[in-house]
Design a protein around this ligand. Sequence first.
Ligand SMILES: Nc1nc2c(c(=O)[nH]1)N[C@H]1C(S)=C(S)[C@@H](COP(=O)(O)O)O[C@H]1N2
Ligand SMILES: [Mo]
Length: 393
Amino acid sequence: MMPRPAVPKPVTAVASRVRDWRDRRLADPRHSDRVAAILGAALGISFVVCFLTGLLSHAIQHPPSWFSWTTRPAGLFRITQGLHVATGIATIPLLFAKLWSVFPRLFQWPMATGVLHAVERLSLLPLVGGSLFLLVTGLANIELWYPWVFFFPAGHYAVSFVVMGALLIHLVSKFATARRVLLHADRSEPEQEAFDQGRRRFLGTVGAVSAGAVIVTVGQTVSPLRRLALLAPRHPDIGVQGFPVNKTAREAGVTTTAVDPSFSLTIEAGGATLRVFTLDELHAMTSRAATLPIACVEGWSANRTWRGIPVRDILKQAGAPEHRSVSVESLQRGGRYRRSILTSGQIGDADTLLAFEVDGEPLHIDHGFPLRLISPARPGVLQTKWVGKLVVQ
Ligand SMILES: Nc1nc2c(c(=O)[nH]1)N[C@H]1C(S)=C(S)[C@@H](COP(=O)(O)O)O[C@H]1N2
Ligand SMILES: [Mo]
């Protein structure tokens, strides 16, 4: 039997033009396997650090029964959350560089060579889409801009798991190639020199943009760099009494209740009122000073010296049962951050205060006058302002 003549594949003019364009691009050092692998490794590190610090922040704010967060060192959350925001910001230029670098590879025919390859390629959708979502929502949150309907932390948290799942698939499928191109030269000697130069210039630029983006924002929490924090929306030393305010008394609707001369602090347990303290009674108790940061989840932090009464002393005077958690409630009527829970461990720390002074001055109403909670290593959102009630759980 005569062998059948090979039928030429119907490659259309467009398809072959696309293939030529792609091959030309892939010969450019900026689109090489090695650049993809190096950017991939950098992204892998920044994503994992960002994910772990994000998980930690979530666990501190919504502690599962097995989790208990420390109060020491007092600045620990400030560091982990600073890292979360800094790695997120560093990721933005890295991600765009990586997308631009690997973009020509999307134009591949056949689209997939098998089921596994198809899964790997499909996983790029949640990987890229989810990463962009995390970076855009994270950045908008830092700017206190909420152009969406969902609750930011819940959406940001849920999508991070989608991205981590897709990233795992991506890592497993690319690991062998990445390892090979990172360990071995991928050109012949004469070509290598020029190729390496192009590659280094590109990676150097991407690295510099990424580091630059961090430097102009990280001063919001690293004080020696505060003068460089050109793009940081919050400065640790700008605001009433020299530090930022996220929610003003007016926004919280407490401008009359907070200055009411009949203000008192109520301690409740088991549905009954244990004790009511007037401000004068509280001021007459032995106060304590502590230098502690307000460390907002948005990445800014400000270290200040607070004076107030340890929560554990107030509870003791009220005859409250010990070793319980306590709900700290604000005069603010609505809003998500009108209350926070202190764990018994946090209450046990003498520096967990209901503060009435900051840096030697009475608290400004925007910082929580007449009483605000301040406790070591807690996220800013849990440092409840305008405290009017403690409810023993
Ligand atoms: N009652 C109440 N307390 C609150 C908030 C709030 O919205 N309402 N915001 C919190 C947040 S997000 C932060 S970062 C700190 C900011 O404290 P500051 O304004 O004194 O800097 O207060 C916290 N306490
Ligand atoms: Mo905050």
